[in-house]
Design a protein around this ligand. Structure first.
Ligand SMILES: [Fe+2]
Length: 419
């Protein structure tokens, strides 16, 4: 008697351990150990634990002992079986009573052959999670009331273990579903951003594809800086949307085939602030997208607009977009200005490092181009964006290497007091 109490105690501890480590293998192990304890503690010859699959309406054997290889691994239940089990609840059913169950009639011979004595429907919180099948006792005696009590207690442990496992599996499935939904949403956001960038670019017939390219250059810079996937994506989005404020600037100002006058220029220069206002109320998955729009025309030396911020006051993302934006302006034809040759651009970016551009960004940018030119990367990012003319420009590799040596990694400005 005392021994059995101890066993039940051990069993409880074991079962609890089972749900805490709800991994599949441990689960199987937990069920196996539980069955062995149950059979062992009451000297039962054979038995098995089946898990109920709600969608297939079947009982699938999880573990069996002494039932032999010919015992069915899966037992189909019908509605009436389920109803009876639910009415019965978690309590052993003697096989003589179980004979009325439709499912029993199908598997009658298997049960008879293995001398199954008891069925325990594992009904946990009004749901069937499985069934325990138990054979006769080793001494041939019938089950006592006390035996049945122990069986009930142990079966509850096993049932709760299975219910717990089902719950975990369901949670995992939902989490996975959630993750997929999130991915979809993210893809939709990206598509929308791209569509927006194209819409912005449509307004300006001379700079076709500008926003899209600035997005891609910003992405390259972020990647070269070693930013993670999420941050890099954020930089791309900031680039795509940096000129969104231009949507409110009059078309003839944007498309003027001449250098615009002061008034028109003042109008055009509102686009960063307008862009900020447009982007601010939108919830972006990445930080600083509105700030990139607002400050992408600021310069390290404080001579930019709209606020004339100095180096450290400028949000980093805005510095990235500024470089990407300027680079695209230099490498594409404008109504009043032809694009410039590679050597001039390299020289310009180097000269303006620390004045307009953050030196480490120019360095990252040049390194990105070099990697592609020297074949260190198989990526054709720059070639696709710039075309052959630039990428095959005479002496570009030494030019870039030279420039990289010449760029002072700390901008002179950082040493200048701001007050
Ligand atoms: Fe702009």
């Amino acid at each position: 008697m005392e021994n059995q109490q101890k066993l039940i105690h051990t069993f409880g501890a074991l079962a609890e351990l089972g749900y805490e480590v709800a991994h599949k293998q441990n689960f199987q192990e937990m069920i196996r150990t539980s069955l062995h304890l149950l059979l062992g503690s009451l000297a039962i010859m054979r038995g098995g634990v089946a898990r109920y699959a709600r969608f297939g309406h079947e009982l699938n054997m999880l573990v069996m002992r002494g039932l032999g290889e010919d015992f069915p691994l899966s037992l189909s239940l019908c509605y009436e079986d389920e109803r009876q089990f639910l009415t019965n609840g978690l309590a052993p059913i003697a096989i003589s009573q179980a004979k009325v169950l439709p499912f029993f009639q199908i598997y009658d011979t298997s049960f008879e052959k293995k001398r199954i004595d008891l069925l325990v429907p594992l009904v946990i919180r009004n749901e069937i999670v499985g069934v325990i099948i138990l054979g006769e006792k080793a001494n041939g005696e019938p089950y006592s009331a006390y035996d049945l009590e122990i069986i009930c207690a142990m079966s509850r442990h096993i049932g709760v273990g299975i219910a717990q496992r089902n719950l975990t599996a369901e949670l995992e499935r939902r989490a996975e579903e959630n993750r997929k939904l999130y991915d979809d949403l993210r893809a939709t956001y990206k598509d929308t951003v791209r569509a927006f960038a194209t819409a912005i670019d449509c307004k300006d017939k001379y700079t076709e594809g500008h926003s899209v390219r600035v997005g891609k250059y910003s992405e390259i810079i972020a990647r070269e800086l070693g930013w993670d996937e999420n941050e890099t994506e954020g930089a791309a989005v900031a680039g795509y949307l940096h000129d969104v404020g231009k949507l409110t600037v009059e078309r003839n100002i944007i498309n003027a085939p001449y250098r615009i006058n002061a008034k028109e220029s003042a109008e055009l220069n509102k686009h960063p602030s307008v862009g900020y206002e447009i982007l601010l109320p939108i919830h972006h998955p990445y930080a600083d997208v509105p700030l990139a729009a607002k400050y992408h025309h600021e310069r390290l030396d404080g001579r930019g607009y709209p606020d004339g911020l100095y180096d450290r006051e400028i949000p980093y993302i805005a510095k990235i977009v500024n470089l990407a934006d300027s680079f695209d302006a230099m490498t594409t034809d404008r109504p009043y200005k032809r694009r410039r040759p590679a050597n001039e651009i390299v020289e310009d970016l180097q000269r303006n490092s620390g004045k307009q551009f953050a030196p480490e960004l120019v360095t990252a940018f040049f390194k990105g181009i070099l990697k592609e030119l020297t074949g260190e990367t198989k990526d054709k990012r720059f070639r696709r964006l710039l075309g052959r003319d630039y990428m095959e420009a005479e002496g570009l590799v030494p030019m870039l290497k030279n420039a990289l040596n010449g760029i002072n990694p700390t901008s002179g400005l950082t040493l200048v007091s701001l007050d």
